[in-house]
Design a protein around this ligand. Structure first.
Ligand code: TXA
Ligand code: MG
Length: 592
């Protein structure tokens, strides 16, 4: 990503930018500013440091795209897999008020993840950066040789040191903070919060108000390489290159994957922990009674059945009208539980360590155990996944039996990404032989398409269903190239029917000309040929795959509700997450 000589050049650049910022900070006019369109303040230092940082980076990385807070336009398409994000002065308010807690931030994004971060606090001449999967700090110099390693502390729920933003608080966040009862709380502006956690001096930083990607990206990489991470409400690692470069609520925490659902979660229901507990316990009891429960995951809503109950398993098939030859995924709370059920290969261990909890389903040989046999319904293989959504994890943990859960839609139809979608598909929540007794509504699913399903029985990963975890991502992390199964291999994945994910209205893909009476599922700028299309749903005006995946099923469902002649879909590039989107659309458009 960044080699040692480039790092040295970056440290030189950081020093130059730092001197420039200090020159303005200690000048007479340091408190002068104008207002940007969004009413945030802009100083001369913002503009000058931005120019210096962009030009300096261009020299070190001539082929990279560089985005600075001050040069960003909302037309920016993060199509490049690799780009830089710069925040020339993070904490402009601090700067104006004469407070030294402002920083300069450089981050490198690759495949939607923050891969490198460097933060400078000019007034103290301190640098924090990530390099070779570790994090480092340099005090009073910009010399690589003066670096010392930093690490996060261990999370302990009874002794939480909390750090919060200085200028952004809200009643929801305050309430949540009261619930988790931190031992101490400090407020500080700018990205220094991430550095402080990375150094082990604080444990968590919860944030409810939106931030921009350049506010978090550099700190994110530094925190991650020091042992922590940043999670969204869906329990996913915060990702970058979103359509408007805007982050949703998050929690930065000192321990990677130490996500504790009951306490580490921001959400409306958590105003009232008792209400939440009641709801979840009721759902657990329903599952124990072999009834079905709909629950959110980071991908789509699932229709859950207690995995050791043959009655519950049968009702899933009946409720969905799902062919019996299509196996269900077992959802478990961690890799250890998964290992009780199936024979883990080296490959499975590597993939699980990298991508669990998260949107990945691993197919393995079952262990000869009664529970594995029931879960796999007599098959020799089982698909297993550890979801990241805190509510899903909490439900599984409290039940303490794997939950078998397909997407909560009728078989062959469009998956649900909200509780409203589930209610639409199941107008009757019960029948003679089955009952959906609870729908746990926790908002929209962040990813929007189902997990990637990978056969891990051999040495090479075989992708049975594409998803958010793309081949590129696996190749980058594991240095192995996955095999991509041709779409219709019914032998390996019996459930991968060629027609699937389909609305009632006929779907036509790769459309270039408008057909009268049809609706348009657009992607990018709508060309003139479609100017007559009245019913439109744009998956992403800026061709952003993350946005398109999130909105895909919402868009298909919306157009399907209008009783149109066809749903015409504009071409979508078949790279990265685009291949998963195209896979679903191809299946939606198939006739049989
Ligand atoms: O994101 C997801 O995976 C969602 C959420 C709820 O977790 N679940 C989901 O389940 O999409 P479902 O049942 O709609 O799709 C499961 C897919 C099917 O294509 C099925 O054939 C495949 O996974 N699958 C499950 N077990 C398998 C196995 N043992 N061998 C091969 N394919 C399997
Ligand atoms: Mg499904």
């Amino acid at each position: 990503m960044v080699n040692k000589s480039q790092l040295n050049l970056l440290l030189e650049l950081a020093k130059e930018c730092s001197e420039c910022a200090k020159k303005y900070f200690y000048s007479e006019n340091s408190n002068q500013f104008s207002l940007k369109e969004d009413n945030s303040p802009l100083t001369k230092a913002d503009l000058e440091v931005s120019k210096m940082a962009v030009n300096g980076l261009k020299k070190i990385f001539p082929n990279d795209t560089i985005v600075s807070e001050e040069t960003y336009s909302n037309k920016f398409k993060p199509l490049n897999k690799r780009f830089w994000l710069i925040d020339p002065i993070d904490g402009t308010k601090e700067f104006i008020n004469g407070n030294i807690n402002f920083t300069i931030n450089f981050a490198l994004i690759f495949l939607n993840k923050s891969m490198f971060g460097l933060i400078v606090q000019p007034c103290t001449d301190t640098v924090w950066y990530s390099f070779n999967n570790k994090s480092w700090k340099i005090e009073n110099s910009y010399n690589f040789l003066d670096s010392s390693e930093i690490k996060t502390s261990t999370f302990s729920p009874k002794n939480i040191k909390l750090i919060a933003s200085k200028n952004h608080s809200d009643s929801e966040l305050e309430h949540w903070i009261n619930i988790i009862e931190p031992k101490s709380k400090v407020n500080i502006g700018s990205s220094l919060k991430f550095c402080i956690i990375a150094e082990g001096k604080a444990d968590i930083y919860p944030r409810n108000n939106p931030t921009m990607e350049w506010d978090t990206a550099a700190g994110h990489s530094i925190l991650k390489c020091a042992g922590g991470n940043i999670f969204t409400k869906n329990g996913l690692e915060l990702h970058y290159g979103k359509f408007n470069l805007k982050n949703s609520a998050f929690i930065a925490i000192n321990q990677y994957k130490s996500f504790i659902p009951k306490t580490i979660f921001l959400g409306n229901d958590f105003f009232d922990l008792q209400l939440y507990n009641n709801k979840i316990n009721k759902a657990v009891n329903s599952l124990k009674d072999s009834k079905l429960v709909c629950f959110p995951t980071e991908t789509v809503y699932g229709l859950g059945a207690k995995g050791d109950s043959i009655k519950a398993i049968n009702s899933v098939y009946e409720a969905k009208k799902r062919p019996k030859n299509n196996p269900l995924i077992a959802h478990v709370q961690n890799a250890k539980k998964a290992k009780d059920l199936a024979e883990f290969t080296d490959l499975a261990n590597k993939l699980a360590a990298e991508f669990w909890p998260g949107p990945l389903t691993i197919v393995l040989q079952i262990k000869k155990k009664q529970l594995s046999n029931i879960l796999s319904q007599g098959r020799s293989t089982l698909g297993i996944r550890v979801p990241s959504h805190p509510v899903a994890l909490d439900l599984i943990e409290r039940l303490d039996v794997p939950i078998l859960a397909p997407s909560a839609n009728k078989s062959g139809g469009v998956s649900p990404t909200s509780a409203k979608h589930v209610l639409n598909d199941f107008k009757n929540l019960k029948n003679k032989s089955w009952e959906i007794s609870e729908i746990l509504d926790y908002g929209n699913c962040e990813i929007g398409i189902e997990s990637t399903v990978i056969d891990c029985r051999g040495d090479l990963p075989i992708i049975l269903r594409e998803g958010y975890i793309t081949s590129e991502l696996i190749e980058d992390k594991l240095k192995i190239k996955p095999i991509n199964l041709q779409k219709n291999n019914e032998l390996l994945s019996p459930g991968m029917l060629s027609k699937h994910y389909a609305p009632k209205t006929k779907v036509l893909i790769n459309q270039k000309d408008y057909i009268k009476g049809s609706g348009l599922l657009a992607f990018g700028v709508v060309p003139k040929n479609f100017s007559k299309a009245i019913n439109k749903f744009n998956l992403s005006p800026t061709e952003n795959f993350l946005q398109a995946a999130e909105l895909l099923y919402e868009g298909l469902r919306y157009l399907d509700s209008l009783n149109l002649k066809f749903i015409q879909v504009m071409p979508i590039k078949n790279v990265g997450l685009g291949t998963a989107i195209n896979d679903r659309l191809t299946r939606a458009s198939n006739n049989e």
